[in-house]
Design a protein around this ligand. Sequence first.
Ligand code: S3P
Length: 187
Amino acid sequence: MESAPHLVLVGPMGAGKSSIGRRLAHACGLPFVDLDREIETRAGTDIPTIFAHEGEAGFRRREREALADLLEGAPCVLATGGGAVLDPDNRARMRRQGFVVYLRIDVDAQLARLAHDRSSRPLIAGDDRETVLRRLAAERGPLYEAVADLTFPPTDPGPVEAASRLAAMLADRWLRTVAPAPASESP
Ligand code: S3P
């Protein structure tokens, strides 16, 4: 890959994109950006309010704009929202301007991790979240696979250990494309 200045994390809700991404960015000396927080900052309100006023379509439009702007900007570790891969233009941009890592997680693990979130994710705010998560997994799994340069297997070591394992996996690949070459000892 000639140039992949951004590291883009994709995957389902609860996969750890933000918690792992923040630690990974720190380890790599790059800024960390959470796409959902960026959308909220730009909108001046939170995601449930955006969904309530503009529907999912309004949220996806904001998501597309923010993603495009961030991928045009300075290199960073970028955690996307679980549905950012739905838009073909988003996927093309991620592949063009980023090294894409898919954080895999199965639905049972998602249910456990998201058990305490009853309000911040509108798509699973209803009663039957297991049915919704299984449907989303079936629809989106192939899209995550298709866009990814690297798939990080489901593990449960916690974000610190996961970030350090992922950094090691990236050392030969993405980091080589963004880190400055070490200064040569010889003239
Ligand atoms: C969504 C996932 C959320 C957020 C929004 C929609 C989705 O992000 O973008 O609620 O469509 O899966 P996380 O994956 O960070 O929870």
